[in-house]
Design a protein around this ligand. Structure first.
Ligand code: SF4
Length: 231
C-alpha cells in the first residue's frame, strides 16, 4: 500500500501533502475531498521566490558579495523545522536531470552584498528555525559562502544548513587549496552532500533529492572526527 506524508504548517495552518507516484486517482480524489482546495508546489518551497532587485547590488556596503538567484521564507523541507533559504547562482556539476538548470549559469542571478542578504534572510517578519543555503553550488563561491555564514552567526542565526553537490570528502580535498571551504565546513550545523543522481530519486530521504545524498551532522562530525549522520 503506498504511503503518503503530511506535514502540518502550525503557523499558517496549511497541510503539505508529499506527492507519491504510486497513489491512484481515487486516493488523490479522496485527499482533495477531505482536505479541500489544493495548490501544487515544488519541493514544499513557497511558490514565490524573491529575486533581489538590481538596486540591492548597488547598495554601499563594505561586505563582500555573493551571486544568488533568489531567497524565500517558510520552507519546510530544506532542513529541520521552518527555514529561510537562499539559492546561490552557478553550479559547475551539471548533474543529469537537475531540476534547477536555471541556476547553472555563472553570469545569471544578482550580486548581493552579504550584509544585505543576511538581513533579508533574518527578516523579523518571518518565523524560522534556521537558514538553509542551496544552489546551484554554494561552495563554488567559497569566499561569499564563508562571509554569509559568519554574518548569519554574527546576527545570532541559530542553525545553518548548507547543501552541496560535492561530498564532504571532496570538499575537504578542495579546502586544501581553498581554505574558505574548510572554514565554512567548520561553521555549519548540517551539510547535505552529494550530486543529484536521477536514477536514485525514488530512494531520496529526508531533505534530499536522491538516495545517495547524506544529511551530515557537522557538529557531531567535527567533535568525533568521523562522519556522523543526522538523526
Ligand atoms: S549539484 Fe545541484 S544544482 Fe548542481 S547540477 Fe547537481 S542537482 Fe543541479
Amino acid at each position: 500500500m503506498p504511503e503518503i506524508t503530511l506535514i502540518v504548517d502550525d503557523v499558517r495552518g496549511a497541510i503539505l501533502v508529499e506527492d507519491n507516484p504510486d497513489l491512484n486517482a481515487d486516493a488523490i480524489e479522496h485527499l482533495r475531498e477531505t482536505l479541500g482546495e489544493s495548490q501544487e508546489i515544488g519541493c514544499a518551497r513557497p511558490l514565490e521566490i524573491t529575486k533581489p532587485p538590481v538596486s540591492f547590488s548597488k547598495q554601499p556596503t563594505n561586505s563582500i558579495s555573493v551571486r544568488i538567484a533568489g531567497f524565500y521564507h517558510d520552507s519546510l523541507t530544506e532542513g529541520p523545522g521552518r527555514r529561510s533559504s537562499v539559492l546561490f547562482q552557478y553550479c559547475p556539476l551539471k548533474c543529469k536531470g537537475c531540476w534547477v538548470e536555471n541556476l547553472h549559469d555563472e553570469r545569471a542571478g544578482t550580486l548581493i552584498p552579504i550584509a544585505v542578504l543576511a538581513e533579508e534572510l533574518l527578516d523579523s517578519k518571518f518565523e524560522r528555525d534556521g537558514v538553509s543555503i542551496l544552489g546551484g553550488e554554494p561552495f563554488a563561491q567559497p569566499e561569499g559562502l564563508l562571509a554569509l555564514v559568519k554574518e548569519l552567526r554574527k546576527r545570532s542565526c541559530p542553525h545553518i544548513v548548507c547543501y552541496s553537490g560535492y561530498t564532504l570528502e571532496q570538499l575537504r580535498e578542495k579546502s586544501i587549496k581553498q581554505p574558505a571551504i574548510g572554514a565554512s565546513l567548520g561553521e555549519i550545523d548540517i551539510l547535505i552532500d552529494g550530486a543529484y543522481i536521477e536514477s536514485l530519486a525514488q530512494s531520496a530521504g529526508l531533505w534530499t533529492g536522491s538516495g545517495n545524498q547524506r544529511v551530515i551532522d557537522m557538529t557531531e562530525t567535527r567533535a568525533g572526527n568521523r562522519i556522523v549522520l543526522y538523526s
